[in-house]
Design a protein around this ligand. Sequence first.
Ligand SMILES: Cc1cc2nc3c(=O)[nH]c(=O)nc-3n(C[C@H](O)[C@H](O)[C@H](O)COP(=O)(O)OP(=O)(O)OC[C@H]3O[C@@H](n4cnc5c(N)ncnc54)[C@H](O)[C@@H]3O)c2cc1C
Length: 492
Amino acid sequence: MPAPDSIDALVERLRPVLDADALITDRQRLRTYECDGLAHYKVTPALVVLPRTTDQVAAIVRACAQAGVPFVARGSGTGLSGGALPHADGVLIVTSRMRAILEVDRDDQRAVVEPGVINLDVTRAAAPAGYYYAPDPSSQQVCSIGGNVAENSGGAHCLKYGFTTNHVTGCEFVTPAGEVIGIGGKAPDPPGYDLLGAIVGSEGTLGIATQVTVRLTRSPQTVRTLLAGFPDTDTAGAAVSAIIAAGVVPAAIEMMDALAIEAAEAAVACGYPDGAGAVLIVELDGPAAEVDTQFDRVAGFCRTCGAFELRIATDDAERALFWKGRKSAFAAVGRISPDYIVQDGVVPRTALPQVLRRIGELADERGIRVANVFHAGDGNLHPLVLFDDAVPGQAEQAEQCSGAILDICLEHGGSITGEHGVGADKAAHMPKMFTADDLDTMQMLRCAFDPATIANPGKVFPTPRLCGEVPGRHRAGSHDPRPDWPAGVEVF
Ligand SMILES: Cc1cc2nc3c(=O)[nH]c(=O)nc-3n(C[C@H](O)[C@H](O)[C@H](O)COP(=O)(O)OP(=O)(O)OC[C@H]3O[C@@H](n4cnc5c(N)ncnc54)[C@H](O)[C@@H]3O)c2cc1C
């Protein structure tokens, strides 16, 4: 732990480096940054800094390294696993002033951007040249590219186009020692170890991305979108399997169950088919002739599997309405429940029907409701576990149900997270998926970047070990649900 006066000394050291208003020490203002999208975990940071340049980030990190003060990077703070949860004795490095799009290179199909750039702004900048940035988290209007890189974020269209890792070709990076390094560039597939692959998805534990080179994707000639109403999730799931088994790769296949539809209707009046137990949104894109042929096949599979209503978007406005219900689903759940947990797990696509049934049983056993919204094409579930904190015991039931859903995902050969990351929230679940040796091996990589473990400590790993410690001495044998919180964490 840093000495108590370390932060004061750090502030004095950083004053000449940063703009006067880029150092936040006032307690009230610090509290603005106390959580990310997982709002029930809160820690007030000791200091918040708002750098504008890579040199400033490097200077801040160097100062932290020399003082032994931990730091946490924060983009837009939309993360849903507590990844940007501050450290009580540490510095929160916020990239919201690093929002320049430095280059849109149409010929090489690349954009070079600062880390605080909002995901959708990359597409806006590339659109006049006929390109867009494919990874599209539902939070794309607010989340940052740096956060996307750290979380290896996905979105509805990642079924066809891949996750963030498939769209980042280069990165300028500040290591936890405060060195600025360049990894990759505009060219694909550099020789040597895939360090870019290690950085994407590292959740801020290896350093801070200060510039990112992303791949741009040609805007498709045609996009066609279909909304299908099914009696239940089994029949909708069968349609998903039939579509994929036939070799059709839609840009997106999204499913919502009855409760998720109810919430979306209450929030945005999206007009989904009456009485649907599940809806599918299927989108195809590409050359017009190919899309038209595949679209007819998709519609046929939906009908054969039991769809009782099919709607085809006739224009952009109708297409946007189909998506509005889906994209607003998380927030919409707030209309039908005072509190909810957004879970994120993955199962093989074929296991979806069994897993959804098991989730229903789990909810019934506990007397709570679970709404399901998910990227059906790649088996990435987002169960929304509804509860009322005012009802004694319900929050605990919801927490247990949410954790048990991850166990079901693992039993079916899946994963504890699809796209929201491990962060602080799921660190305790890591030993269910990885052996102690696996975790030690991952920590060896972390230690190679960050021997002092000052970059986002307390995240991802259930029990950190200091670099140089003998592997295994501090292995996570326990099932303590919150074994490794940063000091000062409050759990509500
Ligand atoms: C309504 C809603 C819908 C969402 N939908 C999706 C979805 O469809 N798909 C999906 O994948 N996620 C989704 N998310 C989660 C979230 O938006 C993503 O994880 C996003 O990538 C986080 O970006 P951010 O800028 O908000 O990062 P933050 O929350 O600020 O940080 C996230 C992590 O990245 C690290 N970090 C941030 N910037 C940097 C940097 N420059 N260098 C190194 N590390 C850094 C932080 O330390 C932290 O660990 C959703 C969230 C919400 C609230």
